[in-house]
Design a protein around this ligand. Structure first.
Ligand SMILES: [Zn+2]
Length: 64
């Protein structure tokens, strides 16, 4: 599943932050990355922490 554009609970736009989160979390870890991105709500934070990228594993055809 692709990363959601909006938080499921509060509806805040978070999809644009995912690429930054991935690069920051590699360097600093997930907690510091979420703090740097200004994500204070725990509903939005769980969207990042709980996301698993499985699109490439389950898709029958390669992505263009
Ligand atoms: Zn939220």
């Amino acid at each position: 599943m692709e990363f959601p554009i909006r938080c499921f609970s509060c509806g805040g736009v978070i999809g644009d932050l995912y690429e930054q989160y991935k690069s920051l979390s590699k360097d600093k870890g997930p907690e510091a990355a979420l703090n740097d991105l200004g994500l204070d709500r725990y509903c939005c934070r769980r969207m990042f922490v709980s996301h698993i990228e499985i699109t490439d594993k389950i898709s029958k055809y390669p992505r263009i």
